[in-house]
Write a protein that binds this ligand. Structure first.
Ligand SMILES: [Zn+2]
Length: 412
């Protein structure tokens, strides 16, 4: 049966707009699942770049891999994993980065350094191409994808705020920043930052999410990476609370989520200093952890598009992790999380837009990942139609949804 529903434009609660806007001209491998197709797309870019750096993102490591020796045969190249939590780069690519950022670039090859310094690396790439033109163009593209507003989860530096201001885009975002970036800002810029962002683990795509049970591939003893020891995390959260800013903590694996919740629990009386505290992603959260989190007043900011990790990463996650990934029904029906209040939805740009969000929310592979249209609208949309609307044609027989982004309609 087909039904038509109209919803407001999206409010994407988790993205990296300056970084992605710098990728306007980068190659997207998001839709590519074989190596030959990826190489065909890359080779077109090599011709255009004419010896300059080619940057690609959306590489799906579960479908294809390159040996370093193969990469060395290509012109300067950097390819981000779809999770952004790993990067493959050849010597030519390293030389391009080193010219601008110096020898620190050499550390990229060390996966633990990379995970610990992810935002530094992302900022290098953002700053290679950050401009007013790219940001304006990017926000125009977002509108076509049904997004009006999106949160910047990793402020690059003070100049980014200026770029947003110059583009008249400050009312379409809010800024989160890493603690040391925050400390580097002028007093005026600090007032423009909504909250601080911490990472506690990596991601599933790069096999660096911190798990209790090991990843299946490799030697079978990799349980991912915790960025901090327990006491370091408690300390840095405690310090962050001093700023009286909100707090967003990236935790994907159950081991990282557990560490995060127990650190917050220890600091419980002080948590009200932060206007809001969120866990970002929380993909492998257990019911017990969710109950503790909701009792502590912690919001969850989750990405319906990551529901497909259950299928895409069944090579590395055990069955229980696959079926427990993005457990929206458990969170809403059993634990009492409420979309729009303490359960927020976003994309992390993987990819942006209504199409992927709607498909993964309404027709996930696993029933416990399903989100109703009302829940989706509460957790993922603007409050009203003043900025425009999206028409969804939902077909329950074919499990498909056709999305049309409509212009603003005054008076609705
Ligand atoms: Zn992110």
């Amino acid at each position: 049966m087909e039904s038509t529903v109209t919803i407001p434009l999206l409010k994407d609660h988790h993205s990296h707009p300056l970084f992605y806007s710098a990728f306007n001209h980068a190659i997207s491998l998001n839709a590519v699942d074989d190596k030959q197709a990826a190489e065909n797309i890359l080779s077109q870019s090599f011709e255009q770049e004419n010896g300059g750096l080619t940057v690609a993102h959306g590489w799906r490591s579960n479908h294809y891999q390159w040996a370093q020796a193969e990469l060395e045969l290509m012109p300067p190249l950097a390819v981000f994993n779809v999770s952004l939590h790993s990067l493959i780069i050849n010597r030519g690519g390293m030389n391009c980065l080193r010219q601008k950022y110096g020898d620190i670039v050499n550390q990229i090859a060390d996966p633990v350094w990379y995970e610990n310094n992810l935002r530094v690396v992302l900022n290098w790439f953002a700053n290679l191409y950050a401009s007013r033109e790219n940001l304006s163009h990017f926000f125009a593209k977002l509108r076509d994808l049904g997004i009006h507003y999106l949160e910047e989860m990793l402020l690059v530096d003070e100049n980014e705020i200026q770029i947003f201001e110059d583009c008249n885009l400050l009312n379409r975002t809010r800024f989160w920043s890493a603690p040391d970036t925050f400390q580097s800002l002028s007093p005026q810029a600090k007032t423009q930052v909504h909250g601080l962002k911490l990472f506690t683990d990596g991601a599933i795509g790069s096999e660096s999410a911190a798990l209790h049970r090991p990843f299946l591939n490799g030697k079978g003893n990799n349980r991912g990476i915790l960025i901090y020891t327990d006491s370091e995390l408690t300390h840095i959260i405690n310090q962050s609370l001093e700023t009286e800013k909100s707090l967003a903590i990236h935790a994907i694996g159950d081991r990282a989520i557990e560490q995060t919740i127990s650190a917050l629990k220890q600091l419980e009386p002080r948590l009200k200093r932060a206007p809001e505290i969120r866990i970002e992603h929380a993909q492998l959260i257990s019911e017990e952890q969710a109950n503790m989190a909701i009792d502590l007043g912690i919001k969850l900011c989750m990405q319906p598009n990551f529901s497909s990790d259950s299928h895409d990463y069944s090579d590395r996650l055990d069955q229980a992790y696959c079926s427990g990934n993005n457990p929206f029904r458990m969170l809403i029906d059993k634990v009492g999380y409420t979309p729009g209040e303490n359960l927020l939805l976003g994309s992390d740009g993987m990819p942006h837009g209504i199409e992927s969000a709607a498909h993964h929310s309404f027709f996930p592979n696993i029933p416990s990942q399903q989100i109703s249209i009302a829940e989706f609208t509460a957790g993922y949309c603007l409050d009203d139609f003043s900025k425009g609307a999206i028409e969804l044609k939902i077909n329950d027989l074919t499990n498909t949804v056709i999305c049309d982004v409509l212009p603003p309609q005054p008076g609705r």
